[in-house]
Design a protein around this ligand. Structure first.
Ligand SMILES: [Cu+2]
Ligand SMILES: [Zn+2]
Length: 184
């Protein structure tokens, strides 16, 4: 009696194991989950952004994530430059990108050159010359690419003066969505 009762149970368990093995091997080759080493964000102007255009590149280096931006059509001067919580460029005023990206719950706006206690997305300012060109090149130890993927980048109307709560940088000229880059 015991053997009879055990047999169907054992074979059912065997079937489950076999099924799990099939599922695992089916997912194996298709799910290569290496952490991305490159991300890219292409600016989309808001209704007040005029001709602003450009790309922000995030590259994994030995020293951290290198953030490089190369923009055109930017009004001369400093502009707040931040990673925001949503990769959502759907609203004409850029507000769908939400607040500053703050995954560590620092709840404090800051100057990335001076403090690690800041919204992780606080990248400071990007400065445009009289021809409208603006470049940015900084490397961050605390900005892993897999953490920022899918979030947004905002270029603001005014300079970030590092005041609370969000740096007084005013409206939004452009929003970009951080996506996985095509590799090197
Ligand atoms: Cu911002
Ligand atoms: Zn901030």
């Amino acid at each position: 009696m015991r053997t009879r009762k055990l047999l169907p149970a054992a074979s059912a368990a065997g079937a489950v194991v076999a099924l799990a093995t099939i599922v695992a091997s089916a997912q194996g080759p298709a799910m290569k989950m290496d952490a991305p080493t490159k991300a890219v964000a292409v600016l989309i102007p808001t209704k007040s952004g005029g001709p602003i255009a450009g790309t922000i590149l995030f590259t994994k280096t030995e020293k951290g994530t290198r953030v490089q931006a190369d923009l055109t059509g930017v009004p001369a001067g400093k502009h707040g430059f931040h990673i925001h919580e949503f990769g959502d460029a759907s609203s004409p005023d850029g507000k769908a990108a939400g607040n500053h990206f703050d995954p560590k719950m620092a709840k404090k706006h800051g100057d990335p050159s001076k403090s690690d206690v800041r919204h992780l997305g606080d990248l400071g300012n990007i400065t445009a010359d009289d021809s409208g060109k603006a470049t940015y090149d900084s490397t961050y130890e605390d900005l892993p690419i897999d953490v920022i993927l899918g979030h947004g980048v905002v270029v603001h109307e005014k300079a970030d003066d590092y005041g609370q709560p969000v740096g007084n940088a005013g409206g939004r000229l452009a929003v970009a969505v951080i996506g996985i880059g095509k590799g090197m």
